[in-house]
Design a protein. Structure first.
Length: 98
């Protein structure tokens, strides 16, 4: 488990990644499933830190709680929780529903 840092101490690329989810689901591929899980933990920690101090990135804080993280083998999917396309992509990618 990753302990959240202060939201302002995370790299701006985390906020950019969350912003990209508004327009399209984001698939990230890693070398191993363990690396994908580790990065997912970092994103959960970032989301927690951001919700604790939304002034760091107010636009991202509004959508942060709506972003869902799912792992399929070595890939990590970031999608809005209401996105039916993301669910279909997960099913297509893994052959099973999460």
């Amino acid at each position: 488990m990753v302990t959240p840092r202060l939201a302002k101490n995370y790299p701006p690329s985390y906020a950019d990644l969350f912003r990209k989810v508004l327009t399209k689901e984001q698939w990230l591929t890693f070398d191993t499933p363990k690396a994908a899980k580790r990065f997912r933990q970092h994103l959960y920690a970032y989301r927690t830190a951001l919700l604790n101090d939304p002034s760091v990135a107010p636009d991202v804080a509004l959508i942060a709680s709506s972003i869902r993280f799912s792992i399929s083998k070595r890939s990590l999917l970031l999608a809005l929780s209401t996105s039916p396309t993301a669910l279909a992509a997960l099913y297509t990618q893994s052959g099973e529903l999460f």
